[in-house]
Structures are given as structure tokens and as C-alpha cells.
Design a protein around this ligand. Structure first.
Ligand code: IPT
Length: 982
């Protein structure tokens, strides 16, 4: 029986919550349960000092009460605060343990009827963001702390037929100092509220230890009964014919192991005279052997994502159907692990992860990142006054989630610095559960953890760690301890905007080195906030709600949008994370299984041969099942050089997340070398000649080619910065972003000077038009000299373009985004291309884009980003752009330089670059009725500099001579056939 407090907990008390009951595991019970979710009365005040409005409005529970889309149901004054976003900054003075006076309060009230009120019962809150005082029928039950952790109150003897539950949520308290995660501040009752009868002799808690050993399953179940005994409960798993004695380890020889690849669950029943509870359990043992992370005795590689809980309209509450859909989507994209950044998830997430199969790092609700901004002075992690609260957070997470097979690591928290409480928390973890290793990236000495974890380390550093050649720690004993640990990247590859570049480089390292446990992409989800506008809905980010202090769009950095639509980076990730890695060289196919626990019989190989005229053949490639981590080399089917051979890994049979035949990954040979082999459709009705070229005599730029008129013909060296371009990589010596370098060189504002325009025997078949221009930005003497040489060749008109730097290009700034030619066509457009697709690619992203023939409207080819930026380029070496009833057909080849930046591409947009530069939100982009085209000879990678290394050296485009050609094949609107639509 918990003691009911007389006063609410003071908001500046750094201690654990008061009046709450111990946390227990979650399960299904047969005793009466009532959900209190639904519509509650609600009112709001901007600070506790200010009087509440007299009138009450209503609000749905669970939600975050500040969400703009709840306006219709809001308090009568219509005001209930607004979301605010900061990454590390506390939105008030750092003055621990005090919250500010401007401390919004949301008051909730709910009346409920119980025709037959139970004498003993518990009231459970899944999560209340903020600090709440809870009253039932006028009696103060206690105060909550720990926003994403469960809270329960013993309400025995308080329930009546008519009941009134009151919850007063203060947005800020001392506990806020422990919850400084990089996310919106979103107070409210964010998870379900449940009332549960607690019969005398019922089951209070169950502790399950389901191990997998060399001789099969071993199960230990310890029930904790409401009468404080462990006895008198029947414990059984009917499917296995197993009956157990409380507390006694029992071999279960028939059990199958649980793994993320094959998540076998059994139903455990614990029955007393008063209550039967059922629990889904799985047998598995986590261990670290010779510095290698293992589950069930074999090494496991984590191909994971960091997952926050966010909903664009509801805030921190994610309804069950959305959670289910997102986990199915993860499975379909070959993700096998989730770090619950940076707090324990809604428990339904873990139920689903058990069922579908995910390795989960369960992270405690602890982050004090804002103290890092002041050199960690006063950090609660190093202040004994906070120890009890931190231990309590550990206890609540472990006790709630202890029985989930999916949880394979505990994480102490995120970015909370170091100090005495790290040891205290580690001790609390170990005293409650010794079956899972402990993770905390903040402990770089690794004195208190079991695995060594880093964030955003450069692939070179990861390679050194993989080889065990990392720099030594000063303390020899700790160094030896850390060297014996497996290594995990708890965050890497910041998936913000266009990017992240370099996924393949990381995965190659994970595949090759057993010390590397793999890692977790930052992050699964963008935290966009949806608002209603006159034109429909739009997405907003930090600063859009008038917050004086904010981190702009840093909160929009996911593989899927807030609405859970996949971004291009998710499709690429699926390819990089594929369970079978395919590599094609010459006429051979190399297959590597990334499966750790199961053979490859769930997958089959399929091929397709396609040329410009369409699909020429298809079939399957026989492969005997590969053992876990096995590899094999197979012969490729014959395909002519004018064709592309595509190999697909497909799922055999249906799974809980995908139908049979689901394409898991794809690999293909390169596009044919000859332009004639790439071009699709009927031959040109008429051949272009030099007479078809109309150049502007003042600039040398192309104005018309045959029937096709164009404007804004220009050389381009920059791009509208991506989120990554706006930052310097962590490995850069100078803290200048790429975008700043381009701007310093004036690449966004290039001016051209016509040096000469010569027409040499243009009536003769060998005639040519030679144009020379010099192009550079204002205020600098870094220029490029361009030679444009137009000739009639077999099959059309060929423009050879040479771009050479001249003047002074300081070595440290001399990086370009591209060397491309831009122009614009009248009318809305459509693109057909041969190259890589259907998705976008840049030299270091676009792993999912494989060779072939593709098509789509300009509108369909836009990769929308919440904050507009460079996106959506398609690698292409032949293309037909149709706009305004005319077509332009172009072959694109780059002669030099060689290497990954030599990746010819086309970008088509329904708005100009100037519009893209000017827009701060996607909904500000309005098509202008034209088709804006850029043809790139070379282009830079995108990297992941927003958080982590810059563009890797091979993908940087250093200022250097570039040569290539544009071959214009026909100016006529010509038909096409059988192209694959995007
Ligand atoms: C890292 C944080 O752990 C994560 O929550 C998120 O903020 C990410 O950065 C950036 O989006 S911490 C940082 C020091 C890299």
C-alpha cells in the first residue's frame, strides 16, 4: 500500500515522483480493465501563477496539448500553447533544479462511471510529458515525473460509482533538466490511461528469464502475487506442454530460439485463483564473447535506426495503427534493429517488435545535453541530488520492459555527460537485470558500460576501431577493458534532407569486421508538424510557431516524413541493408548473406534482361540456401552488351510484413556504352544540322535548337544547398560549409563573358561553331574558361564542352557542386531517361537506383523536402525531355575526370532555381508553367556533414578541368514505347 502524499511534489524537487506504485511488467490479464482514453475536459494557462480560465474546453487523450491541429477542440480561449523546438538548448535559464515562472499548465478533468467499482485497483499512466499532480475524487494520489516512463497509483478504496479524475500537467519542473532530448517540447498526457482492478491474490508482477542454451531453452518464472507471496500460481506454456515451479530454472528442450530473423514466441500463462495473466515470451541469450556481440551463441550485426515517437498532428502520441505501419515499413526496408531514442517507447512498440522481430536497444528517458553548452557545469549526471531520480528512471524502464525478448541492450540515456550518477545508474541496471549488456555513448572511458559506442565517427576511424588500432586511453586498465568490447555506432549517417552519403562505406566495414556490431541511422522519422492552410496541409519546423529560441529544421532529419511516407534515403537504405548483398563483376554474381541466424531459403534470385526496346528475357537464378553469413559466386545469365541485366532478391512466400515476391534488393550491370543502344523510341524523323542551332550573338548561349526554344542557357557550378551542404563536416580543418565556400566564390551568381563566337565552314559537313566564354563570380578572380564546340555528327548535333579553372582558386575553397548546363523550356514537362533509377542519385547516394530505362512527369520526379533544397537528380546518359508539345533528346557523356564524381545526370523542376533558393517551406514552391532543366557532366556527393563527416574524399568535386559532350539527337516530338514509369 503506497502512502498518499498531503501536498503535490514541489516543481523544483529533483527527486523521483511521489505517491506512485512500483512499476511492473505489462501483459494481458483477465481481470477488469477500463480505458480512460478519449475526450477529456481541458483548460490551459501560460503559467502556474496566472489564474486558469473559468471555462473548460475539451481535448483528446492521449495527445500533446500544444499541437496546432487540436485547435478545434481546444480550451474556450482557443489557446493551449504551441510546439517549440530546440535541439540541445533548454528553453529557459539553466538554473537547476528550478523551472522558470513562465511555466504553462494544462488542466485535464475526466468523469467516469463504474457501475460496480472494484475495492482494489490501480490507475496507470503510460506517459505524461511534464510534471503532473493527480487527484481522484478529490484525493491527491501523487505527482508524476519521468515523461516517457510508466506511472501507477494505487487507488484502492477510492473508487465510487461516479468518479472524477483530475490531472494538472506543468510543462516544466526539475525533471525537465533530465529530458533535454532533440525534439519538440510537447507536454500533455501522451500515452494511454488505464484503470485496472487488483484482486487479492492476483498477479502483481512476473519476472521471466527465457534463456537459449546449447541444450535448448531454459525458463525461469518468478511471479509476484498481490498477497506478497510467490507461491500458489500455476505457470505453464501450453504449446510446449511445460508446467513450471515458481523460481526454478526448467529446461524446455522443445522450445525454438527467438531472433529478429525468426521471432518465435510462446504464450506463458500465470494463473492464481483470482487472476490469469498471459505473456508472450521468446528464448534468447545475449552475450559478448571475445569482444564480439552475440545472441544465441552467434555474432549479430545490427542494421538499425533511431526511432523517436512523433506524430504530425498528435505530437508525442503515436496511435497503434501508425506504430504497426511503421514497423512493417521498417521490415520491408531490411531494418533489423531499433534504438528507442531517447526514451522507452510506448509499450505497444515492444510487443510488436517481439512479434515482427527487431533487435531493440531500450534507452532510458535521460538527456541533459543543454549542460554541454555550458561545459557541463551543474550537470545533474554529476550531482548526487539527482541520483534517486535517475535510479528511479532505470528501475521503471527495466521493470516495465524486462520480459521482452526484443530488448537486447539497455541504454542508460543519451548525451547526459559523465559523473557519479553514471555509476549509480549502471549499478541500478545490473542489480535489476543481468541478462543484457549496458550501453551509454556518454561513457567514452567505457568504465561503466559493456559495449563501446560512438556517434557519427568517420569511416576511417571505424576502420581503425574494427582493426583494434584505435588510440589508447590514458588509463591502461580501462583501455584494456575497452579493447575487449564490441563497438556500435549508436548514431551515424544523419538522414537530413538530401543524403546521407556514405552508407555503403559504413556497411562494408560492418560486413567485414566482427568487432563492429553495426549501428543505427539518425533517424527514422522527421518530426514535421502539420498545419492546415488555405491550400491544404503543410509541414512546419522549429521557429514556425514564434519560438524565440529554436533550431530551425534540425528536427527534420529522417528516413520517412512525419506522415511516414518513405524518403528516397529509405529506399537506398533498404538496398544497403539487404539481407543478401549482391556484387556483379564481369560475368559473375557474388552473393553474401548478412543473415546471422537463418539460412537464405526465405529469398530467391530473379533476373531480367532489358534493352532500349524493352524486356528481352527473365528467369530465376538457382542458388542453394546459404548458411548464416555464407557466400557464393554464381554465373550470370548471358546478356548482350546493348542490354542491362538486373538481378533481384525476392522474398519467397508471404511474411507478416510483405507478400511473396517482394523485391528485397536489386543489382544491375551498367548502362550500355553506345548512345544508340540507350535511346528508346522511334528514330528521329529528321536529322539536326548546324542550321538548327540558334545562338545568342551577345552571350553565345543556345536560344533554339530546331523547333525547341529555350531560355537561361548557362553554366552552373553550384546547387541550392542541401541541409548537409550548409555545414562543415566534422573532419574539415576549416569550419566553412560547402555552401559558404560556393558563396564566397560567387558560384550562386556566376557572370559570363563571351570571348569569341566563330562559325567555321558551317555549310560543310565538317563545319563547326566555336564559342568561348569566361565565367566567374563577382568580386573574386576565380574563373572558368569554357569552350563550347558545336558539330554535326552522325545521329545529330554534338556539343563538346570543356571547362577549365583559371585565375586564383584557393585550394581550401576550390570545391564545386557540379559542372552542369542549365536552361528552361516552355510548358510543363515529362522525362524519359536511360541511366539509373527510378529514384534519384548523387555520387554517394542512390544505392537503390540501378540501370535501366525510366520515365515520369516532372511533377512525379520531384523529391520533396520539408525545407527546399537540391534534390531529385537522375543519373542519366540518354534522355528525352518533353515540354510544351516539343521534345529534346540528349545523350550525355563525360570524358574527364574519371572517378565517382563523373556521374552524368539530369534534374528537371517545375520551378526555377531562384524559387528553390527563396523558399523556406515546401508549400511555398509553386510550378511556374515551365520545365527547368540542368544537365550535369560531373557533380559532388552530398555526404552527411550536418552531423558527422563531410563528403568523403572520393566524392568531392575539386576544381579541375572537366570535359564532356551533349549530343542532341532530335528536336521532334517523338513517340516512345514501353518505358518503365516511376
Ligand atoms: C546527436 C543526438 O544524440 C541526437 O539526439 C540528435 O540530436 C543528433 O545529434 C542530431 O540530429 S548528438 C550530437 C553531438 C551529434
Amino acid at each position: 500500500m503506497t502512502i498518499r502524499p498531503e501536498q503535490p511534489q514541489p516543481l523544483d524537487d529533483p527527486g523521483p515522483p511521489i505517491g506512485t506504485a512500483p512499476t511492473v511488467a505489462s501483459w494481458t490479464t483477465d481481470v477488469a480493465e477500463w480505458t480512460l482514453d478519449g475526450t477529456w475536459d481541458f483548460r490551459w494557462s501560460p503559467s502556474s501563477a496566472q489564474r486558469m480560465d473559468e471555462g473548460w474546453g475539451s481535448i483528446p487523450v492521449p495527445t500533446s496539448f500544444v499541437m496546432p491541429s487540436l485547435d478545434r477542440d481546444a480550451a474556450p480561449a482557443g489557446d493551449h500553447g504551441r510546439p517549440a523546438y530546440t535541439n540541445k538548448w533548454y528553453p529557459f535559464p539553466i538554473d537547476p533544479p528550478h523551472p522558470p515562472d513562465a511555466n504553462p499548465v494544462g488542466e485535464y478533468r475526466r468523469r467516469f462511471l463504474l457501475p460496480d467499482p472494484p475495492p482494489r485497483a490501480e490507475l496507470r499512466f503510460g506517459g505524461i510529458e511534464g510534471a503532473a499532480d493527480v487527484r481522484l475524487n478529490g484525493v491527491l494520489l501523487g505527482s508524476t515525473r519521468g515523461s516517457r516512463l510508466p506511472m501507477a497509483f494505487d487507488v484502492s478504496g477510492l473508487l465510487e460509482t461516479e468518479n472524477l479524475l483530475e490531472v494538472r500537467v506543468h510543462q516544466f519542473s526539475a525533471a525537465t533538466y533530465l529530458e533535454d532530448q532533440d525534439a519538440w517540447w510537447l507536454p500533455g498526457i501522451i500515452r494511454s490511461v488505464v484503470l485496472r482492478a487488483r484482486p487479492v491474490g492476483g498477479v502483481r508482477d512476473v519476472r521471466v528469464r527465457a534463456e537459449w542454451t546449447a541444450s535448448g531453452g531454459v525458463l525461469t518464472v518468478v511471479p509476484d502475487l498481490e498477497d506478497d507471496s510467490h507461491g500458489d500460481a500455476t505457470i505453464e506454456i501450453a504449446e510446449l506442454g511445460a508446467t513450471l515451479t515458481a523460481g526454478r530454472p526448467t529446461p524446455i528442450p522443445d522450445a525454438l530460439p527467438w531472433s529478429a530473423e525468426d521471432p518465435v514466441l510462446y504464450t506463458l500463462r500465470v494463473r492464481t485463483a483470482a487472476e490469469t495473466v498471459t505473456h508472450r515470451i521468446g528464448f534468447r541469450t545475449v552475450g559478448i564473447v571475445d569482444g564480439v556481440f552475440q545472441v544465441n551463441g552467434v555474432p549479430v550485426s545490427l542494421r538499425g535506426v533511431n526511432r523517436h515517437e512523433h506524430h504530425p498532428r498528435l505530437g508525442r502520441h503515436v496511435p497503434p495503427e501508425v506504430v504497426t505501419a511503421e514497423l512493417l515499413m521498417m521490415k520491408r526496408h531490411n531494418i533489423n534493429a531499433v534504438r528507442t531514442s531517447h526514451y522507452p517507447p510506448d509499450p505497444m512498440f515492444l510487443d510488436l517488435a517481439d512479434r515482427l522481430g527487431f533487435w531493440v536497444v531500450d534507452e532510458c528517458d535521460v538527456e541533459t545535453h543543454g549542460f554541454g553548452e555550458i561545459d557541463w557545469r551543474g550537470n545533474p549526471m554529476d550531482d548526487p541530488r539527482w541520483e534517486a531520480a535517475l535510479r528511479d528512471r532505470v528501475a521503471r524502464m527495466v521493470e516495465r520492459d524486462k520480459n521482452h525478448p526484443c530488448v537486447i541492450l539497455w541504454s542508460l540515456g543519451n548525451e547526459a555527460g559523465e559523473g557519479c550518477n553514471v555509476a549509480a545508474m549502471a549499478d541500478e541496471f545490473r542489480s535489476r537485470d543481468d541478462t543484457r549488456p549496458l550501453h551509454y555513448e556518454g561513457d567514452q572511458s567505457s568504465a561503466h558500460v559493456d559495449v563501446w559506442s560512438r556517434m557519427y565517427a568517420h569511416p576511417d576511424e571505424v576502420a581503425a576501431i574494427a582493426a583494434g588500432t584505435e588510440p589508447a586511453l590514458a588509463d591502461q586498465a580501462l583501455d584494456a577493458r575497452r579493447r575487449a568490447m564490441p563497438f556500435v555506432l549508436c548514431e551515424y549517417a544523419h538522414a537530413m534532407g538530401t543524403g546521407p552519403g556514405g552508407l555503403t562505406e559504413y556497411q562494408d566495414l560492418f560486413d567485414a569486421h566482427p568487432r563492429l556490431m553495426g549501428g543505427f541511422i539518425w533517424e527514422w522519422l522527421e518530426h514535421g508538424v502539420q498545419v492546415d492552410t488555405d491550400r491544404g496541409t503543410a509541414t512546419r519546423y522549429g521557429g514556425d510557431f514564434g519560438e524565440p529560441l529554436h533550431d530551425s529544421n534540425d528536427v527534420i532529419d529522417g528516413l520517412v516524413s512525419a506522415e511516414r511516407s518513405p524518403r528516397a534515403q529509405l529506399t537506398d537504405l533498404a538496398q544497403v541493408f539487404a539481407p543478401l548483398r549482391l556484387t556483379i563483376d564481369e560475368a559473375r554474381l557474388h552473393v553474401l548473406s548478412r543473415l546471422d541466424h537463418t539460412d537464405s531459403s526465405r529469398y530467391a534470385l530473379r533476373y531480367r534482361i532489358e534493352d532500349a526496346a524493352g524486356v528481352r528475357g527473365s528467369g530465376s537464378i538457382p542458388m542453394a540456401p546459404l548458411p548464416p553469413r555464407g557466400r557464393v559466386t554464381l554465373d550470370l545469365p548471358d546478356a548482350p552488351p546493348s542490354a542491362v541485366l538486373t538481378i533481384e532478391v525476392v522474398q519467397v512466400g508471404e511474411t507478416a510484413w510483405a507478400p511473396g515476391g517482394w523485391v528485397v534488393s536489386r543489382s544491375a550491370t551498367a548502362v550500355p556504352g553506345e548512345i544508340t543502344a540507350r535511346r528508346r523510341g522511334v528514330p528521329p524523323a529528321r536529322r539536326l544540322t548546324l542550321a538548327d542551332i540558334d545562338l545568342d550573338p551577345g552571350t553565345g548561349g543556345l536560344r533554339r535548337l530546331g523547333e525547341v526554344e529555350m531560355t537561361d542557357w548557362r553554366l552552373m557550378l553550384d546547387r541550392v544547398p542541401t541541409d548537409n551542404d550548409r555545414h562543415a563536416g566534422w573532419d574539415e580543418i576549416l569550419d566553412f560549409s560547402y555552401a559558404e565556400r560556393w558563396r564566397l566564390l560567387g558560384l550562386h551568381d556566376l557572370r559570363s563573358r563571351l570571348v569569341s563566337l566563330e562559325r567555321v565552314s558551317i555549310d560543310h559537313p565538317d563545319g563547326e561553331i566555336r564559342v568561348r566564354t569566361v565565367v566567374g563570380g563577382p568580386a573574386v578572380d576565380a574563373r572558368v574558361s569554357c569552350r563550347w564546340r558545336w558539330r554535326a555528327v552522325d545521329g545529330g548535333i554534338r556539343l563538346d564542352l570543356t571547362v577549365e579553372p583559371e585565375g586564383h582558386w584557393p585550394a581550401w575553397t576550390a570545391h564545386w557542386a557540379r559542372v552542369g548546363v542549365g536552361f528552361s523550356l516552355a510548358g510543363e514537362g515529362r522525362l524519359e531517361w536511360c541511366g539509373r533509377g527510378p529514384g534519384p542519385s548523387y555520387p554517394d547516394v542512390g544505392q537503390a537506383a540501378t540501370a535501366g530505362w525510366f520515365a515520369g512527369t516532372v511533377d512525379e520526379l520531384q523529391e520533396r523536402t520539408v525545407r527546399p533544397q537540391e534534390a531529385g537528380a537522375r543519373a542519366a546518359s540518354w534522355m528525352r525531355v518533353k515540354a510544351g508539345g516539343r521534345a529534346l533528346e540528349i545523350g550525355l557523356d563525360t570524358t574527364s575526370p574519371r572517378g565517382p564524381v563523373n556521374d552524368p545526370a539530369i534534374t528537371v523542376r517545375p520551378w526555377s532555381d531562384a524559387a528553390l533558393w527563396a523558399a523556406a517551406h515546401d508549400d511555398e514552391l509553386i510550378p511556374d508553367g515551365r520545365t527547368h532543366v540542368v544537365l550535369d557532366l560531373v557533380r559532388a556527393g552530398v555526404g552527411t556533414a550536418r552531423c558527422g563527416p563531410g563528403v568523403l574524399p572520393a566524392y568531392r568535386l575539386v576544381a579541375q578541368p572537366v570535359r564532356g559532350s551533349l549530343q542532341f539527337l532530335t528536336p521532334d516530338a517523338s513517340g516512345t514505347n514501353g518505358d518503365r514509369h516511376v
